[in-house]
Design a protein around this ligand. Structure first.
Ligand SMILES: *[C@@H]1O[C@H](CO)[C@@H](O)[C@H](O)[C@H]1NC(C)=O
Length: 286
């Protein structure tokens, strides 16, 4: 009897494990490849976790094998702990070539005990300069957290653990650029001490190197653009992130976003008057 309940328990454990871990069973190599700093990358747990490290000789990065035309992208990230001033950990989408499109999460490291800043940015047709910065409601170096980017023809939404922290609407009809080129998913760890911490005044402490960031979650919810595929295909409602539910935030999400903006935002290009005496048009329409 005890033996059977033990077997049943084992079976339940196994099935539940499969259920909750289904997104985690995708190995790094299936969708991603190392793009630079090959000797600063380690794969753990059968390729389900990647560590990028940075020392004075190099940082490292990886990117998706395919390019995408829409999607709901995500990565679980644990940032370098302790003194990470000057160190930038990035998770982003980017197109190649001139006048590129780019959607960025950039974590700006800090001295031990000081908060890490999360900067987001949106580039369309090569035009960026749309930085927003928040301080997180948790220590992003203590544990893995999920960072997501929704990208469809109606809006771009950045989320932290399912909480929307930024929305960039498609305002093409009034001449505001909107990312529409095929983009790759990328992640990297690099030295940004010329600008990242206190505007570049706080430098990387190389005696703390190597700095290590960890990544998980290598399944990709995106519309791949295979050669000769029409980009319009990626706007099809057959992809769930294009369905009406994802055209705008619902009222609960809108409240969550307002809460983040009120409590955690430390910089918004839309309210930087010295930089933009006249706010960019999208700022008046969010
Ligand atoms: C850099 O790290 C070393 C080793 O922990 C420490 O002794 C030194 O004070 C740090 N430098 C700065 C500028 O924080």
């Amino acid at each position: 009897m005890e033996y059977y309940s033990f077997l049943l328990g084992l079976l339940a454990f196994f099935l539940l494990g499969r259920l909750f871990a289904s997104a985690d069973i995708v190995e790094f190599d299936e969708n991603y490849e190392i793009t630079w700093g090959y000797d600063h990358v380690l794969l753990f747990n059968q390729g389900r976790e990647v560590q990028l490290s940075m020392d004075i000789s190099s940082g490292a990065g990886f990117g998706s094998k395919l390019r995408y035309g829409s999607g709901f992208f995500h990565m679980r990230i644990k940032l370098p702990p302790k003194d990470s001033a000057g160190v930038v950990t990035a998770f982003y989408l980017t197109s190649q070539g001139d006048k590129h499109d780019e959607l960025d999460f950039e974590f700006l490291g800090n001295r031990e005990g000081k908060p890490i800043t999360l900067q987001t940015n949106v580039f369309a047709d090569g035009v960026g300069n749309r930085e927003q910065r928040i301080l997180l409601w948790f220590d992003p170096a203590a544990n893995f957290h999920t960072y997501q980017i929704l990208w469809n023809q109606h809006q771009i939404v950045f989320y932290v653990d399912d909480v929307p922290i930024r929305v960039f609407k498609n305002n093409k009809n009034i001449g505001v650029g909107y990312p529409s080129q095929a983009m790759q998913v990328e992640a990297s760890l690099w030295d940004g001490d010329s600008w990242a911490t206190d505007g570049g005044k706080t430098k990387t402490n190389w005696s703390m190197a190597p700095f290590k960031a960890h990544f998980q979650g290598f399944d990709i919810g995106g519309c791949p653009i295979i050669q000769n595929t029409n980009v319009q295909e990626c706007y099809s409602p057959k992809y769930w992130w294009n369905s009406e539910k994802y055209w705008k935030l619902d009222s609960k999400q809108q409240i969550e976003l307002e809460n983040v903006r009120n409590k955690y935002m430390s910089y918004d290009y839309c309210s930087d008057r010295p930089r933009y005496p006249v706010p960019p048009p999208e700022c008046l329409l969010q």
